[in-house]
Design a protein around this ligand. Structure first.
Ligand SMILES: *Cc1c(COP(=O)(O)O)cnc(C)c1O
Length: 389
């Protein structure tokens, strides 16, 4: 039997059964593993055998979770982390040296931006930014010491799309490592490795868990690079807990059906908002009006679950919207079964001045919706009542 389909791999990839012949994988809540004798222990530590030693290095639950993501992304190997940020930081920690340089899209997750501007400079690693609509400037930012080209697509919170094929070509031409945060798309919608990414990182906290329960992160990609990331991590300690890995491996069994439905609901929400008189504009990758609609169609299977729109009336109107919404949650998470709304200008990005907010496409009335799996009519009714004058 050859390679099976995405949904089947997500369900049928399983660590070896124990002598109890359980159907569902058990939780291996153990910090370490035992050896038969001195020779077994020596050979295991020498990596002559593939054997779990200690759960900071590997554990059957984390291995099962990672194996699934590796197959879904078309990667060679991977490693699982306590959080998405641990995956991103460890990728930089393992692959960058003092004096290296990074070129990144400016629209990156807030904590990733803080790594670039506050922490990496401590180790003499500088980052140059391009804006989402300035991909033609990327080549002019590349220096002789540039090592990594970094981006997310779709971006947070404005759901802009970057052309992964173009980024892959640039990375290849200049011999850079292309690192893509695929959190908003999931491997069900988009596989950056097909476009030339060397490493794909995820916050598993979002759509991969999909039910707002646990934190997690993962990095997958080429063997030699992931091996470096693995060694860095097994020594610095940001490993995923076996419990979280067990939860997340189960979550992956339903990723395809959940993401399909998330996207179906999100497209309906986007179309509803597009026709609403109190909405200035709507951005959703699979709406024809999206500035990178063609690119989104080329690299994504569906449009994702995040919809951004601009409520008429600026900051005040955004605040009023949050105060009037009833069912949808006000929360910092996304990719949950529950629909979540945020107004970045008055909350997460309120400390930035207007000019800095606009650098990352956050206008005063921008509302971000992470469309959930409630009945579509209930989601739309809630948005509609919150948008009334
Ligand atoms: C949430 C998020 C992260 C960080 O993940 P954590 O699991 O919260 O550490 C990184 N990138 C993107 C795009 C995210 O949405």
């Amino acid at each position: 039997m050859g390679k099976k389909h995405f949904e089947t791999e997500a369900i049928r990839t399983q660590s070896e059964r124990s002598h109890f012949s359980e159907h569902s994988t058990p939780m291996y809540i153990t910090s370490s593993f035992v050896f038969d004798d001195g020779e077994d222990m020596r050979a295991s530590f020498a990596e002559e055998k593939e054997k779990n030693l200690y759960s900071r290095f590997s554990n059957p639950n984390t291995t099962e979770f990672v194996d699934k993501i590796v197959q879904m992304e078309g990667a060679e190997i991977g490693y699982a982390f306590a959080t998405g940020m641990a995956a991103i930081f460890s990728t930089f920690g393992a692959l960058l040296s003092s004096g290296d340089h990074v070129v990144s899209c400016r629209s990156v997750f807030g904590s990733t931006h803080t790594l670039f501007t506050k922490y990496l400079p401590k180790w003499n690693i500088e980052t140059s930014y391009f804006k989402v609509d300035e991909v033609n400037k990327i080549e002019s930012l590349i220096q002789s010491n540039t090592k990594i080209l970094y981006a997310e697509s779709p971006t947070n919170p404005a759901v802009d799309i970057l052309d992964l094929e173009l980024l892959g070509q640039i990375a290849k031409k200049y011999n850079l490592l292309l690192v893509i945060d695929n959190c908003f798309a999931t491997p069900y919608l988009q596989k950056p490795i097909e476009f030339g990414a060397d490493i794909v990182v995820h916050s598993a906290t979002k759509l991969i868990d999909g039910q707002g329960r646990v934190l997690g992160g993962v990095a997958v990609g080429k063997s030699d690079l992931i091996r470096e990331i693995y060694l860095f991590s097994r020594n610095t300690g940001p490993a995923m807990s076996p419990f979280n890995a067990w939860v997340l491996s189960k979550s992956l069994e339903t990723l395809a059906v959940r993401v399909e439905k998330h996207c179906e609901n999100a497209l309906k929400v986007a179309k509803f908002l597009e026709n609403h008189s109190n909405v200035n504009w709507v951005k959703y990758p699979f709406l024809k009006s999206h500035p990178q609609y063609e690119v989104a169609k080329k690299q994504m299977k569906l449009g994702g679950n995040i919809v951004a729109f601009e409520v008429i009336g600026g900051i005040e109107a955004g605040r009023k919207f949050l105060n009037t919404i009833k069912m949808c949650s006000l929360s910092a998470n996304l990719g949950d079964t529950r629909t979540i709304v945020t107004h970045p200008a008055s909350t997460t990005h309120s400390k930035l001045d207007e000019k800095d907010r606009l650098e990352v496409s956050i206008t005063d009335g921008l509302v971000r919706i992470s469309v959930g799996l409630e009945h579509i009519d209930d989601i739309i009714n809630d948005l509609d009542q919150a948008l009334k004058d």
